[in-house]
Design a binder for this molecule. Structure first.
Ligand code: GUN
Length: 284
């Protein structure tokens, strides 16, 4: 079989961001995103600066609220309440992970659902599960759907296996796939025979944080593979899929870096723009 085609997330994300910038340029008022970062996690700092840069390039306002590692839960919640009440702020995200003394569930519960552009609060998670058009869908799963639809304009009836059951990728992604009429299986660390499940799938999405776990022997010929993993082996970035092993068997595969990662940022901006339109009763 010929080599798998690369699904270029970087290119798709740039195209989305350019389109978004053109839309935003038409309005006098600008969408505004607030990013809350508690602590000094290196990766989070880089992610948030990237989000801010991308938001500003698209013509949005974006402020990072960088709080110390020792910030109390009450202080964090009062910042969220302040941003909830600020009509100029259209979208808000709290970068995860949070310092250990802070309850993630409690924090996410306090974000006003209309401003929850990460789609992590329980109201949006529930709306997504119910296939409601009111739901703000989590950015990474939404970006994955965009990439999948570039391969399969109609996903109806496809068999999809999601590896990983996190609240921010695996579970919302399973809902989005189901809402697109896929037959969905979610596998995880306690699944008895993961490979037996992935071998049957038209689409395999790996979001488990295990470097190069998915091998050619795990997939069927011609499968479409999406890699959400960001790992390092000897300092070199790699995903959860063993790219070199699968590339002669898969039909399409996302690279790491340059696959899902850039799509997350693009979808966060899209969610913020849509929140801005809704909050201001504007049409695209
Ligand atoms: N931590 C890992 N991924 C994400 C994300 O998409 N949003 C936020 N807020 N935190 C994360």
């Amino acid at each position: 079989m010929s080599e798998a085609k690369i699904i270029d997330g970087k290119k798709a994300a740039l195209a989305l961001r350019e389109k978004l910038a053109q839309h935003i340029a038409r309005y006098d008022k600008k969408p505004e995103l607030a990013v809350i970062l508690a602590g000094n996690d290196e990766a989070s700092l880089i992610y948030d600066r990237n989000k801010q840069k991308a938001a500003q390039e698209a013509g949005m306002k974006c402020e990072i609220f960088h709080l110390p590692e020792t910030v109390s839960q009450e202080e964090l919640l009062s910042l969220i309440e302040r941003l909830n009440a600020d009509d100029n702020v259209n979208g808000m995200i709290v970068q995860l992970p949070l310092p250990e003394h802070i309850s993630q569930a409690e924090v996410l519960k306090h974000i006003k659902p209309e401003k929850d552009v990460d789609g992590f609060c329980p109201v949006n998670a529930g709306l997504l599960l119910a296939n409601s058009s009111e739901a703000i869908a989590a950015a990474t799963p939404k970006g994955i759907m965009h990439l999948l639809k570039s391969v399969f304009p109609d996903l109806s009836g496809k068999t999809a296996v999601v590896i990983g059951r996190s609240n921010i990728v695996g579970k919302p992604l399973a809902s989005l796939l189901l809402n697109s009429n896929c037959t969905v299986t979610v596998v995880h660390s306690k699944t008895r025979d993961i490979e037996a499940e992935t071998r049957r799938a038209d689409i395999v999405i790996a979001a488990c944080g295990c470097p190069k776990m998915v091998k050619a022997s795990w997939i069927k010929e011609g499968a479409v593979l999406i890699d959400v993993g960001i790992n390092r082996i000897d300092g070199k970035l790699c995903g959860d899929i063993d790219f070199d092993d699968v590339k002669h068997k898969a039909s399409y595969v996302t690279p790491v870096p340059g696959g899902v990662g850039p799509m997350t940022v693009a979808m966060l901006l899209e969610n913020t723009f849509e929140a801005f339109l809704k909050q201001n009763n504007l049409k695209k």
